[in-house]
Design a binder for this molecule. Sequence first.
Ligand code: HEM
Length: 50
Amino acid sequence: MRTVPALKGYKTGKRNNPVMQGMASALSEQDMADIAAYYASQTGLKTLKK
Ligand code: HEM
């Protein structure tokens, strides 16, 4: 799962994007873990499943 490292990267400045920096700077580690878990729980469109 790459979401948490990506969000941390914006927060610390390792990833440099002004928009995502603003979003990520307000997030705690728990927030990031929660966001990642939420996205990971999504199943996607049924019509695209084999
Ligand atoms: C629910 C709110 C958001 C979450 C959880 C989120 C999460 C992320 C994550 C995880 C990435 C890294 C993607 C990757 O490297 O694979 C990313 C990149 C990016 N996001 Fe967001 N994002 C959010 C809202 C927004 C909004 C509102 C904007 C702009 C209006 C935005 C603009 C961008 C841009 C431009 C990038 C690419 C930046 C780069 O090249 O490093 N994001 N976002």
